[in-house]
Write a protein that binds this ligand. Sequence first.
Ligand code: NAG
Ligand code: ZN
Length: 196
Amino acid sequence: MFVATSTSAVFIAAAYLTLLIPETAATAPTIISRAQWGARAPKHQAANLARKPAPYVVLHHSTGNGCVTQAICQLKVREFQNYHMNSKKWSDVGYNFIVGEDGNIYEGRGWGKQGAHSKPFNNKSIGICIIGDYTNRTPNSAAVQAVDSLIAYGVSSGEIKNDYKLLGHRQTWQTNCPGNSLYTMMQSWPHWAAAA
Ligand SMILES: *[C@@H]1O[C@H](CO)[C@@H](O)[C@H](O)[C@H]1NC(C)=O
Ligand SMILES: [Zn+2]
């Protein structure tokens, strides 16, 4: 009797999980770690986000050339980090994540950390930069899918609010970032918000 009950309980639990999993868990995307892309150590540890899960995602472009291979994208990510640390005098690369048209996601400051990418929003947003200049063209589908899977995973793992707002950098600061073409494109994405 005891065995029969626990067996059916296991079946019910398994059936329940089968129903639940596709709803709640986005597959973890592969993220190229700082060690993998050859990051320098930050000058000091980034502060935690003041609001977690983050209520905003802010999208950026980098200007300059895009990249379609991991070797070149990694080189660019290292260049951004050097520029941010040496010229801007920031403690680390400013973005939480960087995405390439190679379809890879590169770890910047990562989840739950305050970046240096969108001044008034740094303490309540995840900042994602797509490598390239999207003034006159949109990023390829590999990059768009990488951003989409990164955000979906952030939501499912409690790093980004379910009802987050997606903003372009130009909505938070006087800038052309993320470029006219990408800004137009992102306005059709599900969580884009006209106003913060
Ligand atoms: C977050 O940053 C804004 C703007 O920089 C600042 O006014 C605010 O006090 C910060 N919030 C917290 C909780 O640190
Ligand atoms: Zn920007």
